[in-house]
Design a protein around this ligand. Structure first.
Ligand code: COA
Length: 200
């Protein structure tokens, strides 16, 4: 049996405090709020972009969103009150056949520490299993990226191993810590969260 993964466009995922939505080139100045901050890139395996590179990246994700079938979902994280764009969360399907996707996220530094990344990661993992029908969601992080590690743990991803010397950043080799969650683990976790928040 070959799995069929649907293509969804446009995506709008509503959470309690944030929503995930498609971005467009008008969002450039908002994305530049964090893309212009060196601390944002401290644990990322990419160089800080120039304005032109950031604009080109935004162009490329807008184009990818229209591909058929769609394999990349780079979504803006918007605060429900006030519609401010505070970050991005991404999902890339690496194997349709095996129902697998990787996720990543970033929040504007002036919004760190308010639980927004945790909520965004919860929403994108729910989207992966419920809307796309995937089987496995994984993420990888720099070994010292404690905030990202905590986000993944809170959403239910667990460490499955390390890719050794996987990234070369600033002249140094780093391992990537790989974490994952499977569909049945997600349903179990969500079920227990729902029963904990239900009426007494
Ligand atoms: C990683 C990142 C997305 C976390 O965003 P955030 O919205 O601040 O995360 P949350 O508020 O949901 O916090 C998650 C947990 O990390 C903790 N945390 C946040 N910043 C931290 C820090 N600098 N050091 C240690 N823990 C931190 C929070 O306290 C929270 O844990 P708690 O609930 O036990 O208190 C944000 O730091 C970021 O955008 N970094 C740059 C991009 C990046 O590294 N992305 C991840 C790629 S793998």
């Amino acid at each position: 049996m070959v799995r069929e993964v649907p293509t969804i466009f446009p995506v709008l995922v509503e959470g309690e405090r944030i929503r995930l939505r498609e971005v467009n080139i008008d969002d450039f100045e908002a994305t530049w709020q964090w893309a212009s901050r060196a601390e944002f890139f401290r644990f990322l395996p990419i160089d800080q972009p120039t304005r032109d590179e950031e604009r080109a990246w935004l162009d490329s994700i807008v184009a990818e969103a229209h591909e058929m079938p769609r394999r990349q979902y780079e979504l803006g994280i918007e605060i429900v009150d006030g519609s401010e764009l505070i970050g991005m969360v991404g999902l890339g399907i690496d194997s349709e056949r095996h129902g697998s996707a990787g996720i990543g996220y970033g929040i504007s530094p002036n919004r760190w520490g308010h639980g927004y990344a945790t909520e965004a990661a919860q929403l994108i993992v729910g989207f992966a299993f419920d809307a796309l029908g995937l089987h496995r969601v994984w993420a990888s992080h720099h070994p010292d990226n404690i905030a990202s590690r905590k986000v993944l743990e809170k959403v239910g991803l667990r460490e499955e191993g390390r890719r050794r010397d996987d990234r070369f950043v600033g002249g140094v080799w780093y391992d990537s810590v790989v974490c994952s969650i499977l569909e049945d683990e997600w349903r179990l976790k969500r079920g227990s969260l729902m029963s904990n928040s239900g009426p007494e």
